[in-house]
Each structure stands twice: as C-alpha cells, then as structure tokens.
Design a protein around this ligand. Sequence first.
Ligand code: UP5
Ligand code: MG
Length: 210
Amino acid sequence: MSSFVNKAKVVFVLGGPGAGKGTQCAKIADRFRFTHLSAGELLRAERSRGPYSQYGTMIEQHMREGKIVPVEVTCSLLERAMKSSSGQRLFLIDGFPRNQDNLDGWNRRMSAKVDMQFVLFFDCHEDVCVHRCLKRGHNGGSGGGGGCIGSGRSDDNLATLRKRIQTYNENSMPIIKYFEGAGQVKKIDAAPNVEQVFTQVERTFLASGF
Ligand code: UP5
Ligand code: MG
C-alpha cells in the first residue's frame, strides 16, 4: 500500500513541433510542483557528450531526419533523470511517447513504477508550428553573437521541419488518438499567445487537483 502511495505521478505533454510544449512546461514547473523533463532536451544533452556517448551520432542522425530515436535510449535517459531528481514525485514528460515503440517501451519499463495522470495535448495547426520553429531557428539564440544566430538546433530548418511534421502526423497522432479513446487527453488550444495558453493549462491542473 505505502509503495503505491509513493509512486511518482507523470503527465505526458504532447503536441506538434513548436506547439509550445517546452514554453508551457517551464510555466507549469514554476506554478505547480512539477519537474520538467523534455525527452528532446535529454537526447540533445546526450548527443552533446560527443565521443563520450555511444549514441551521439545516432541521435543526431535521427533528429536531422525528424525520426524517432529507439525507446531504449530515450526511456533510459528519462528514468535516469527521474531517479536523480531525488524527492520529486511530480514529473512533466515533454515530447514523449511519440510513437508505438515509445509507448510499448515505456509501458514495459515504467508503467508499474509511475502513475500516469493524463496527457496534456497542445493542439496547434501545422502552419503555426512551422512558423514558430523557423522564427526560433532564425532569432531564438540567447546571446549568440556574430554570424551565430538562431536556436542552434540542427532540426529548425524547413527541410527537417517537413519531416518532423510528417513523423508527427504519421506516428505521434495515433498515440494521442489512442489516449483520447481511453479518456486520458486534456486538450489545449495552443494557437493564442503564451499567457492565454497558460490560462487554459493552469485551469486544467487546478481542476485535476494540483
Ligand atoms: N512559442 C511558444 N508558445 C508560443 C505561443 N503561444 N505563441 C507564440 N510563440 C510561441 O516553442 C517553440 C517556439 O515558439 C519558441 O520560440 C517559443 O518562444 C514560441 P517551444 O515551447 O519550444 O515548443 P515545443 O513544442 O517544445 O517545440 P519543439 O521544437 O521542442 O518540439 P519538438 O517536439 O519538435 O522537439 P523535441 O525537442 O521534443 O524533439 C526534437 C527531436 O528529438 C524529434 O524530432 C526527434 O527526432 C527526437 N526525439 C525523439 O526521438 N524521441 C523523443 O522522445 C523526443 C524527441
Ligand atoms: Mg520542446
């Protein structure tokens, strides 16, 4: 009984590339007692270990092609990050699970260890998503001077964005539909400005008892 009570609570945060998952997760973590874990950020950190990571090259190739990294890698990074957030019981898992392989791998490894609360789905038209990522790609860098402007993300270019959108439509939407069918999705209109989106998000978390 007591181990059940102590299980970590997880919210999956899904939505297209540039829908605003990271932006809103940062605000949720500020407002509520959630720890934000972005699968994409964890993969980028693993990639940036360069020769020290056996997965770096594979991760970079997948990201550039807008493909989804095998779940063993992503799930290990997520589990390690959860374990190292000692004492934390509430986690936002941003950008995962994004295909059936991700969902199956998570269920095998994690479903007995955590309680998934709901899926927060940022619903955003793909034109808006593309526009936001391209804008970030051009001027999103923090303090990058000289010729080095932009987010620094190797996937914020039009060619890769087309592939990211395609992967999202073909692989991630069916996962969102699956959760929707199970009554586990809380849908947010991600088109308005950041504060207006957060008003909906805040209401959702409060209504869920957080
Ligand atoms: N912005 C945000 N909200 C706005 C608003 N309401 N109005 C106007 N502008 C808004 O936002 C994107 C940009 O839009 C920012 O400049 C922001 O200021 C602005 P952000 O909050 O970063 O959106 P987000 O949804 O987080 O976009 P992101 O690009 O991170 O989403 P992706 O899902 O594409 O990226 P992620 O990092 O999750 O994954 C990248 C790649 O990693 C994947 O393509 C895949 O190759 C790989 N990956 C895996 O293989 N497995 C995983 O589990 C996860 C990732
Ligand atoms: Mg993000």
